[in-house]
Design a protein around this ligand. Sequence first.
Ligand SMILES: [Zn+2]
Ligand SMILES: [Zn+2]
Length: 89
Amino acid sequence: MEVPVGGLRLPVAGNKNVNVRGESMNCYDCPDIIAPAVAVCRRCGAAVCREHAHVSHVQVQDVIGTGRATHDQPLRHITCLTCRTAEAS
Ligand SMILES: [Zn+2]
Ligand SMILES: [Zn+2]
């Protein structure tokens, strides 16, 4: 669903899975189907769909002087299935 314009491939309006160069980002972990990616694994950088994205929340600590400060709010931590399995092993 792309319109050729002077050698460039422009996305059709409304297709949010296509960037300005006409490239789409699909899930790395979907084996047989083309699923639009909604996130990027923070460990390996693989793009993943909503089904394969594992979302967790972790506390953040910063080194302050000679000690540590734990922030009140946890941050969002998105990983792919492979990295989630590795983190839990
Ligand atoms: Zn997927
Ligand atoms: Zn990963």
